[in-house]
Write a protein that binds this ligand. Structure first.
Ligand SMILES: Cc1cc2nc3c(=O)[nH]c(=O)nc-3n(C[C@H](O)[C@H](O)[C@H](O)COP(=O)(O)OP(=O)(O)OC[C@H]3O[C@@H](n4cnc5c(N)ncnc54)[C@H](O)[C@@H]3O)c2cc1C
Length: 397
């Protein structure tokens, strides 16, 4: 049997392991006059306590036979839905459901969606929308413990659903919350996770999910598989897949599931303040993206004015964020937001591969650069060789 063992003769009861564990998987207990570390039921064998222990008192035994997983007992694709502050299902969820539907049709399996909703949330027909997007079943839970995006609460809940449903693959949206949640689920159920996939394919016969994502700074695309463990887990950023047209004639089931009484939030939220109130680059219809070619921070107000004039959101490349000209929320690319606007106007952007990774969903790209050989022209539909500041001023008239 797998387990965590504390050598009581070596343990000095310092509590560093307890502080290092984010799962409450280890605690200090009194044994006579001395305190010792002791594993709790919440331990997921992640080994963070081992790294923290200054006296090497903790060890983990892994039963290899217990790890061997009966792959044939796993079926279907599970998508973890995410909702916005207003309770509406986020677009990335529909994008994932659409792709999951295509993969499930190849494999001949079903698509289920886990939908956690805040108590009293407005977006009540989220389940119907998910079925119209391609889900066969929606597992819906409305509970006040889901009111705040507490990754630990969600992770424990989703792990219980995974234990019961045994899906072959689980997909998450790589939003800020999804990036926190997906690894928390993966470590608990001891399976692999490929983050920020840009392509997902499924082998019809084996059910092996081929998860492709940029690697080595975006210089190559790596296809990753998880052959020995189930479920296979992947996260995908907003804007990578196209959301399907809703088919309101589709039929599916909605099952109300409960959150186990033992799942209690350990975090108490006193107040929430939105950092970037209205900015939603991923959903923008029209986007102005500025790069280092604008020359200086003093031109940012001009670019804001142009964005407003065009009815566009304002995005930028990473160097502008690093220089403090704009917040990270504006960054477009591999380590920023993936966008899929109808029209993208790109000013003074070179078109580095890491930037291009985030704009492949744009329908029409108009690029302005003073260098006729700039790589951005390789993906642009309309190319303007000009000074981008003069171009912006001319557009404003
Ligand atoms: C792991 C990793 C992740 C990364 N993630 C991202 C990411 O998410 N997003 C991102 O954007 N970058 C990312 N980068 C950085 C990326 O590699 C580039 O450095 C960055 O995109 C370049 O930004 P830029 O085009 O604004 O600047 P530059 O490369 O300096 O290009 C400026 C361009 O402006 C043009 N220009 C100059 N003056 C003018 C003018 N007056 N008028 C018109 N054109 C002009 C130049 O010809 C040039 O093409 C990442 C890098 C790494 C290693």
């Amino acid at each position: 049997m797998s387990g965590l063992t504390v050598d009581r003769a070596a343990c000095i009861g310092c509590g560093r392991c307890v502080r290092a564990c984010v799962h409450a998987g280890i605690e200090l207990v009194w044994d006579g006059p001395r305190k010792f570390a002791c594993a709790t039921d919440a331990c997921v064998l992640c080994a963070s306590c081992i790294d923290a222990c200054p006296v090497d008192a903790i060890s983990i035994h892994k039963d290899v036979s217990a790890d061997a997983c009966d792959l044939s007992s796993f079926h279907d694709i599970l998508v973890v839905a995410q909702c916005g502050a207003d309770g509406a299902v986020l677009p990335v969820t529909f994008e994932l459901v659409g792709r999951a539907r295509e993969l499930a049709d190849i494999r001949g399996c079903r698509v289920a969606v886990v939908l956690g909703q805040r108590a009293g949330a407005a977006g009540a027909d989220g389940a119907g929308q998910l079925i119209a997007a391609g889900a066969d079943e929606v597992l819906r839970c409305c509970d006040e413990r889901l009111n705040h995006l507490d990754a630990e609460v969600y992770a424990r809940w989703i792990c219980q659903l995974i234990d019961a449903a045994r899906p072959e693959a689980v997909l998450f949206g790589a939003t800020a919350f999804g990036r926190e949640l997906a690894p928390a689920v993966a470590v608990r159920i001891q399976t692999g996770l490929t983050a920020d996939c840009t392509v997902l394919e499924l082998d019809e016969k084996t059910g092996l999910l081929q998860q492709t994502r940029p690697a080595f700074g975006g210089n190559l695309m790596a296809t990753i598989v998880c052959p020995d463990h189930r479920p296979q887990m992947a996260s995908v950023r907003p804007g990578i897949f196209a959301a399907p047209e809703p088919d309101w004639a589709r039929r599916g089931t909605v099952s109300d599931v409960t959150l186990d009484a033992t799942i209690e939030p350990r975090v108490r939220v006193l107040e929430t303040k939105p950092l970037h109130s209205d900015l939603s680059l991923a959903d923008a219809d029209c986007l102005l993206v500025i790069g280092r070619g604008i020359g200086s921070k003093k031109h940012v107000p001009l670019m804001r004015k142009l964005a407003e004039h065009l009815g566009a959101e304002l995005g930028c490349t990473r160097p502008l964020v690093e220089a403090g000209w704009l917040d990270y929320a504006h960054q477009v690319g591999q380590t920023g937001v993936s966008v899929a606007p109808r029209v993208l106007l790109s000013l003074g952007v070179s078109g580095a591969i890491q930037h291009l990774a985030g704009i492949s969903g744009a329908q029409t790209i108009i690029a302005v650069n003073e260098d006729p050989d700039a790589p951005i022209f390789g993906v642009a539909h309309y190319r303007v060789v000009a000074d981008c500041v003069e171009f912006a001023s001319a557009l404003l008239g």
